[in-house]
Design a protein around this ligand. Structure first.
Ligand code: DP6
Length: 352
């Protein structure tokens, strides 16, 4: 039998309404719905090649050139098993298909940016893995159906199955079959949206998202208020702001949600600190940029790390970037990625 091979890329997404907390740890079911903007693959992406061959004796995985033991990665195992199950069902329904489900896999994945430094590396990584194996297996799944599989690898990965503006609906079913990503608005709906990525630190974070969010779930009282009374309304308002292309509203909600996410981290026991002095200086700088403009033209957001992503519209690029140039302590500044800029390479590949 020949060696079967497929390669796919997946973009990074940066949440504007944060996922923080799991109601089911094993299935990666979240305590709240979330929203993100997908960044251009030209700047930040994961690329994965999956191969299947009867010469392989075990499944193997390499991440950024280092061999990883799949057996010690239960979430990766779950994702591969689910994809394989889907292929086995196809082969059962059509026995003329080559028997790929019974072959071992070799998977090679590379990020072109720092891993685990709060730049959504697991999101792009798991989405690229799911894309590549789905292509290899020629699965007929829609991006939303694939998002259910990617979610089991890393929650935020489900949102990297789409370009543009994406919602992860938390769902209500116990088996997680309705906890999936859907498109809020396609690539090109709001093409002037841009993102400046300020790399404050490329170091691996102290507290992983997976561990940190469950400390918050179990100990923070502010967290209960957030998931019950704040996020559900914010979810609807943010979708509307995107559909209406209302930047000030989108920016206000984005900054408020980043701040509340870091507030629930601080309210956890023991407290979790992701922001550092440079992060706080970035917040003050964005406040100053908006004050000087007399309106909101820039929105900061931080994931589980000190790196800052600033959303702005292209027409305000000069004001935003010159304002940011005063910041000290930022390396590689500023890496500018067009958000939702018409990059449809991923969907073309999947359709191939
Ligand atoms: C702060 O998706 O990395 O970036 O599901 O445990 O893999 P796991 O967590 P992960 O958490 C991301 C948290 C966040 C917010 C977000 O992307 O929505």
């Amino acid at each position: 039998m020949p060696t079967f091979s497929a390669t796919s890329t997946a973009p990074v997404n940066i949440a504007t309404l944060k996922y923080w907390g799991k109601r089911d740890v094993k299935l990666n079911l979240p305590t709240n719905s979330s929203i993100s903007v997908t960044l251009s693959q030209d700047d930040l992406r994961a690329t994965t090649t999956a191969r299947a061959s009867d010469r392989y004796t075990q499944d193997k995985l390499w991440l950024n050139g280092t061999r990883e033991e799949i057996e010690k990665k239960p979430r990766t195992l779950t994702v591969i098993n689910e994809l394989r199950k889907a292929r086995a069902e196809m082969e059962k329904a059509d026995p003329s298909l080559p028997g790929l489900a019974s072959l071992k896999l070799q998977i090679v994945s590379e990020n072109n940016f720092p891993t685990a430094a709060g730049l959504a590396s697991s999101a792009a990584g798991f989405a690229a893995l799911v894309n590549a194996v789905a292509l290899l297996y020629k699965l007929p799944h829609s991006p939303t159906e694939l998002s259910v599989l990617a979610r089991q690898g890393s929650g935020s990965a489900c949102r990297s199955l789409f370009g543009g503006y994406v919602a992860w609906e938390m769902g209500s079913k116990d088996d997680g079959s309705d906890s999936q990503a859907v498109e809020v608005a396609p690539i090109g709906h709001w093409p002037s949206m841009k993102a400046a990525v300020l790399v404050v630190s490329a170091a691996k974070k102290d507290v992983s998202s997976t561990a940190g969010m469950q400390v918050t779930v179990h100990t923070s009282t502010l967290f209960k208020e957030r998931i019950t009374n704040v996020v559900p309304q914010r979810f609807e308002k943010m979708k509307k702001a995107i559909i209406d292309r209302d930047f000030p509203e989108f920016a206000r909600l984005t900054m408020a949600d980043s701040n509340q996410f870091h507030a629930v981290c601080l309210d956890s026991e023991p407290p979790i600190f992701y922001l550092n002095d440079v992060s706080r200086a970035a917040i003050r700088t964005v406040e100053a940029i908006n004050a000087a403009a007399g309106k909101i033209i820039a929105a900061y957001t931080f994931d589980a790390g000190p790196n800052c992503v600033i959303y702005y519209l292209e027409e305000n690029e000069q004001a935003v970037l010159s304002g940011l140039s005063c910041l000290n302590g930022v390396s590689g500044f500023p890496q500018v990625s067009a958000a939702a800029s018409g990059d449809d390479r991923w969907s073309q590949q999947l359709a191939a």
